[in-house]
Design a protein around this ligand. Structure first.
Ligand SMILES: C[S@@+](CC[C@H](N)C(=O)[O-])C[C@H]1O[C@@H](n2cnc3c(N)ncnc32)[C@H](O)[C@@H]1O
Length: 399
């Protein structure tokens, strides 16, 4: 059993309601590790099946899929950014957390997702004071928008100075911080800009959507990060990078789009430098039981509807990912089901889509985005029925 304690909330969460004086410490939480109960024979069959989600997918279908993904994100990224900001991924919440309807809380939960993923993988925390600089930047951006009072502002600055005292006590080894990061399936580059600021790392993001790549570059330039974060259109399954280039390989909610999971993880491992950390955060279907060969027909039907709207190929399980990583001799493989931590996310997305701004933006954005919005309840139902799993899988490339 793996014990996992999510980090305390990032300080930027706190000023929305109260001055950020002492972040609450969440209780110890237990997360199931992936249980690999299968026999060697059925393992081999499943790895092969997971590896070749393409076996039933022709080259033409792969081409159509990539085109559909590019168009979906070309159309929908502007709407998403308008309402949700930089990050196109789930937020991370405490299971017992009462989540307000505030968009700022959800954005903070999305940043927390990045922090929790780094922590789970054992990537060093980076400069805390740099993180505070981000918070200040975000605070400055948000404060006018949310009409934050002078008293709250004063509390915030007081907390900032007390927090900075802690920073000087931080003894972390700077050599262990990532220096070169690839952001595979980068969206509009939110993770890369965060990692560039946090670690001072050089980040390169790839996406299938030209509009996302342009927007990501524009945002990096606007935030003074053009030297640190750059973005291009490229396929994760044929990355335009030499072997062994990156010490952090980051894939935040892009794996579900990959039609060939073996090729996907093989590319992640290829571009990873010896000793690099690989982090995959992705949608999976539930692990199959020892006597099961495949999902139930109703489960397949449920996922098919989601696949059609979001341009996803066949899904695989967390156990399939673990087996693929094992087959590539990667080390320190860890996996967890984070479904309970993301539960408030889709209801919030639906609420935002039903707001006046959401409805008008959706109507302007095109059919693909509208189709995506219509299947959102299926995501919630899939989680509730234990069919859909929000998974994190991490490992290290041997030295
Ligand atoms: C849900 S978005 C996640 C974006 C980003 N990681 C984030 O957290 O904000 C999925 C991303 O995966 C990208 N993607 C999907 N298939 C891809 C592929 N074969 N090669 C490169 N990017 C891909 C999409 O273009 C999109 O940017």
């Amino acid at each position: 059993m793996l014990l996992y304690q999510p980090c305390s909330r990032p300080p930027q969460l706190l000023f929305h309601n109260n001055p950020p004086l002492s972040p609450p410490t969440p209780p110890l939480l237990r997360i199931r590790t992936t249980r690999l109960l299968h026999s060697r024979a059925s393992r081999a069959t499943r790895v092969a099946a997971a590896a070749s989600s393409t076996s039933s997918t022709t080259a033409m279908e792969v081409g159509e899929l990539k085109k559909g993904i590019a168009e979906l994100y070309d159309q929908s990224s502007g709407v998403w950014e308008d309402i949700w900001g930089d990050h196109m991924h789930h937020g991370f919440y405490d299971p017992d957390e009462t989540v307000s309807g505030s968009g700022a809380d959800h954005r903070a939960a999305q940043i927390r997702m990045i922090q929790e993923a780094l922590r789970f993988a054992g990537v060093p925390g980076g400069f805390k004071n740099l993180e505070m600089v981000i918070s200040i930047y975000e605070f400055e951006t948000f404060k006018d928008k949310f009409h934050i009072s002078n008293t709250v502002q004063a509390g915030y600055w007081a907390a900032f100075f007390s927090y900075n005292v802690e920073v000087h006590l931080d003894t972390e080894d700077p050599d262990k911080r990532p220096k070169n990061v690839v952001d595979v399936g980068c969206g509009i580059g939110g993770s890369s800009r965060y990692l560039a600021r946090k670690y001072g790392a050089k980040c390169v993001g790839i996406t299938l959507s030209p509009i996302q790549a342009d927007r990501a570059n524009a945002l990096a330039a606007a935030e003074g990060l053009a030297e640190k974060a750059s973005f291009q259109v490229a396929d994760a399954l044929e990355q335009p990078f030499p072997d062994g280039q990156f010490d952090l390989v980051w894939s935040m909610e892009s794996g579900e789009h990959m039609p060939d999971k073996r090729k996907f993880v093989t590319e992640l491992a290829r571009v990873a430098a010896p000793g690099a950390t690989i982090i995959i955060v992705t949608w999976c279907h539930r692990d199959l039981g020892p006597s099961e060969k495949s999902l139930q027909p109703w489960e397949k039907e449920h996922l098919k509807k989601i696949c059609n709207a979001y341009y996803l190929p066949e899904w695989c399980s967390t156990a399939d990912y673990v087996q693929l990583l094992e087959s590539l001799s990667l080390e320190d493989i860890k996996a967890a089901d984070w479904s309970q931590y993301v539960a408030p996310f889709w209801p919030a997305v639906i609420r935002s889509a039903l707001s006046w701004k959401g409805i008008t933006s959706l109507l302007r954005s095109g059919l693909k985005t509208i189709r995506g919005a219509l299947v959102m309840p299926l995501m919630i139902e899939g989680y509730k029925k234990d069919l859909i799993k929000f998974a994190i899988i991490t490992c290290r490339k041997p030295e």
